[in-house]
Design a protein around this ligand. Structure first.
Ligand SMILES: Nc1ncnc2c1ncn2[C@@H]1O[C@H](COP(=O)(O)OP(=O)(O)OP(=O)(O)O)[C@@H](O)[C@H]1O
Length: 826
């Protein structure tokens, strides 16, 4: 990145800071509160600067002030000097453009971490800008604040305004706060956006969809602060957790990497630049094997271990094709469609491809559920080069707009990433519809459809297909060979299977290339697998033991959302920095939690299998299967979140007696002959942890009961109100009036008890953990191991546990599991 680019980038970031100025000391708290509430109320802010000159128009809409006086109807024009003029209302309707008709263009933020990051912050799906736009808005009693846009040429700005702004010295760069141009589209209410009407406060508060974490989310919009001296961005969340991101690559020149190993593929210079900037000196084995075919236009079905670089195995051929065929007579610009099973994965792939093709200026968008649909419509209408989508949202958009349908039929590349997952419930129906739309011989498709879709008999251009996953069945190879290019009627027993999918996909290639380089045991060589056999009731204890004994980024997989809802609060009580991730959370909260997890090297994430596939979270050290997965494939994908890109990692199964059959099933599927080794446990430490975990569980249970009774009462009261009946106090669990003092006291007692339990736990957590059986008084007397030995053992100690050497779980597993591996018989 050039010095100029770096400076622009810094300016943009610092502009965010200046938009939310630091509060003065005396009013710090109040200002912060106001700022947050303004963030909610000022749902949109548009900063538009005329390119190439020093005058600008800016507008911050949805002011609280104007909302309090809705009867005033005046039109304010924001002048180039930044000053407001009251102008006469004129009927200039036709001069104005709809918000979607403006030339929005995405702001390429050059730091990869920051791109992903920024996207998750403050509601941005991405930063966008538009130049040369005149903004007017008016306040009306009926519609609230309405904003209008008009495209202008730079010479249309009256010279008076330049004079007005003369003191700003045109040659000087704009102050940082004025150089940011963004439009926070995701914070708009979609319905209002259509009319370019700015939503009022009440609309943003009454979100009927508001589900889990919505309140927390609303109040938890992080503030970004930039310290340019130390080159760090600080994200401040309301819960006072700060995250610092060092803008390493923004300040340092990227090292020159030798990329000779890529030369044989004859890639475009933009792609080579991308590889160089990402420090990818050589292709990974799957890339080495798949690229020659992918680049020559062959259909490729590829399977390779998790974290082995499959994204670029299909991504590079698509990007390279777009760059090399620019300007050729391809209808529209839309060239590639990549379908993935999860939203986070789609966003990640989009980022990865953007980072790869920065200098190629390829338009790549993500179309996923849970994010603003209006924005996705606008981006779709602009014909991006590549769409990365989840089938549900894409189908929703395709089915309501014929133009999108027509465009999508002309794609040149179709990718099904994690193809096997997409056959599972919840994805297959939409995928089926999309494949029907893409079908080049649609006249024959009625056999395949449950809900017949009326389609035209259009012959689209030929299309290259990529199918990738870490877990594709090898029988597919046979299936691929047997298939011919004509679609066949699918036997009922193969419906919804990979076999059906292979027949549904209209490969160009009579003989698609099948590349299988998965290791014999399906998991990566650098992954160390282990297990702890324990009772279900003790799983919390063992999980706590592991994450306290081995602090490091840890992903804990569970089989149910309820388990996440139980585990996260317990771990929070134990002072663990823990986040949840599951499908019932609001999408923004999902992204935010993922973002926080990515930034904090000691964080723990408790997740459902929504995080099992594809997510490339840097440096996840441990994966814990709190509950065993139901299939060997899920085990492979979950475990694959660690030990990526040739790094080491550990996977730990907490296996209860009831899960033994599942355990056998997993081992059978993975064709393992050896039993998975037991993870070594320090009995002294685990015993000393029991009191903490029991207290945390007790507090959680008590709080849950209390919450449940007030929730039940709330529901009863509401129902009684709606039916207009009087509610007898005896029906309420928490009596808030009347003479039943005993019961009221009972509730108070419960609260007191919770407070006292919390105080006990706090006291325990404030002390360093002393392994049970170790005496701090008599340093050499110990049942398990004495403290003197422990303290003398090593100079580096785990800060939370007294006298315990700071080791990595992988080291302990290697060195301590000395017992010979048992043969495992199924
Ligand atoms: N040639 C390369 N050299 C070094 N690192 C690479 C290379 N190609 C990809 N990577 C990095 O390897 C990591 C894993 O890549 P990717 O996410 O594509 O793996 P994957 O095989 O799709 O994994 P999964 O099966 O879990 O989806 C990423 O961080 C990516 O940036």
């Amino acid at each position: 990145m050039s010095a100029e680019e770096r400076s622009n980038f810094s300016n943009k970031i610092s502009a965010v800071k200046q938009d939310n100025p630091s509060p003065k000391n005396e009013n710090k708290k109040k200002d912060k509160r106001d700022r947050r509430s303004n963030h909610k109320k000022n749902k949109a802010s548009v900063r538009i600067r005329e390119k190439g000159s020093q005058h600008f128009v800016s507008s911050t809409v949805s002011e609280e002030k104007s909302l309090t006086n809705p009867t005033k109807s005046k039109k304010r024009k924001i002048s180039a000097s930044g000053q407001e003029d009251i102008v006469e209302r004129r009927n200039r309707k036709n001069d104005f453009l709809g918000i979607n008709d403006l030339d929005w263009s995405e702001v390429q933020v050059p730091e990869s971490t920051f791109v992903a990051d920024e996207e998750n912050l403050s509601g941005f799906l991405c930063l966008e800008e538009v130049d040369n736009v005149h903004v007017e808005y008016e306040e009306t009693a009926t519609k609230g604040n309405t904003i209008k846009f008009k495209k202008v040429h730079s010479d249309q700005y009256p010279s008076k305004r330049i004079k007005n702004n003369a003191s700003a010295k045109p040659e000087e760069p704009l102050p940082a706060s004025e150089s940011l141009k963004y439009y926070d589209l995701d914070n708009f209410d979609e319905k209002n956006l259509k009319n370019s009407t700015i939503p009022g406060d009440s609309e943003s508060r009454s979100n009927p969809q508001s589900t889990e974490n919505s309140e927390q989310e609303e109040n938890d919009v992080p503030q970004i602060e930039v310290d340019q001296a130390s080159n760090t961005i600080e994200k401040k969340y309301q819960d006072n957790k700060h995250i610092n991101i060092t803008m390493e690559s923004a300040s340092k020149e990227p090292e020159k990497v030798n990329i000779d190993a890529w030369e044989k593929f004859n890639l475009s210079s933009d792609i080579l630049d991308g590889l160089r900037s990402l420090n990818f000196s050589a292709p990974t084995p799957i890339q080495e094997n798949a690229l020659p075919f992918g680049l020559s236009g062959r259909d490729v079905v590829g399977t390779a271990e998790t974290g082995s670089g499959k994204t670029l195995a299909f991504g590079i051929p698509i990007l390279d094709y777009i760059i090399k065929n620019r300007g050729s007579n391809v209808k529209g610009q839309l060239t590639g469609l990549i379908l993935t099973p999860t939203r986070e994965l789609a966003i990640q792939i989009k980022e990865h491809l953007i980072n790869m093709s920065k200098s190629g200026a390829i338009k790549i968008i993500a179309v996923v559920g849970g994010m603003a649909i209006q924005k996705q419509k606008r981006l779709l209408a602009k014909l991006p080069n590549i769409i990365v989508a989840t089938p549900g949202r894409l189908w929703e958009l395709l089915s309501e707009n014929d133009d999108y349908l027509q465009n999508i039929r002309h794609i040149k590349h179709l990718v099904l990433d994690e193809a096997d997952r997409m056959l599972e419930t919840g994805h297959f129906k939409e995928l089926n519809h999309i494949l029907t739309v893409l079908s080049q011989s649609r006249q024959n498709t009625s056999d395949w459809n449950e809900d017949k879709i009326i389609t035209e008999n259009l012959q689209g251009p030929s299309r290259q297909t990529f199918i990738f996953s870490a877990t594709l069945d090898s029988s597919l190879k046979e299936n691929l060979k047997r298939r011919n290019n004509k679609p066949r009627k699918v036997e009922s027993e193969s419906k919804g299977t990979m076999a059906e999918l292979m027949q549904r996909l209209e490969f160009n290639d009579p003989d698609p290339v099948f590349i299988d380089i998965t290791p014999k045991e399906s998991v990566v060589e650098t992954l160390q697998e282990s297990k702890i056999e324990c009772l279900t009731k003790d799983k919390d204890l063992y999980a706590y033991y592991f994450i306290t004994r081995y602090p490091g980024r840890t992903l804990i997989f569970v089989n149910s959302i309820d388990a996440i809802r139980r585990l996260v609060p317990i771990m929070k009580l134990l002072n663990i920095e823990v986040y949840g991730l599951h499908a019932q959370m609001q999408q923004r909260q999902r992204l935010k939690n993922l973002d926080r997890f990515k930034q904090n090297p000691k964080a723990v994430m408790v997740a459902s299998d929504v995080a099992a596939r594809g997510l490339d979270i840097p440096l996840v050290e441990h994966v814990i299967h709190y509950q065993l997965p139901h299939s060997g494939d899920i085990y492979v994908h979950r475990s694959g979140r660690t030990a990526r890109a040739r790094r080491e990692g550990i996977s730990l199964m907490l296996c209860s007696p009831e899960e033994l059959s599942l355990y056998r099933k997993i081992l059978g599927k993975l064709k393992k002959v050896d039993d998975i080794p037991n993870f070594p446990i320090d009995a002294g430490i685990i015993n000393s942890m029991k009191q903490r975990i029991n207290l945390a569980k007790q507090i959680d249970q008590e709080e849950h009961k209390l919450q449940k009774s007030s929730h039940d009462d709330g529901w009863l009261k509401k129902a009684a109100e709606e039916f207009g009946v009087e509610l007898h106090e005896d029906l309420l669990k928490i009596k808030d009036g009347g003479d039943n003092e005993g019961l009221r006291n009972n509730q108070h007692n419960k609260k007191d008890r919770i407070r006292s339990l919390k105080a006990q736990l706090k006291e325990l957590l404030s002390q360093q953990l002393i392994p049970r059986g170790v005496s701090t008084k008599y340093l050499t007397s110990g049942i398990v191991r004495d403290l003197a030995d422990r303290l003398l053992d090593e100079p580096s100690h785990n800060s939370q546990i007294m006298g315990v050497k700071k080791t990595k779980a992988t080291e302990d597993l290697k060195s301590k599991s000395t017992k010979k591996r048992k043969k495992f018989s199924i």
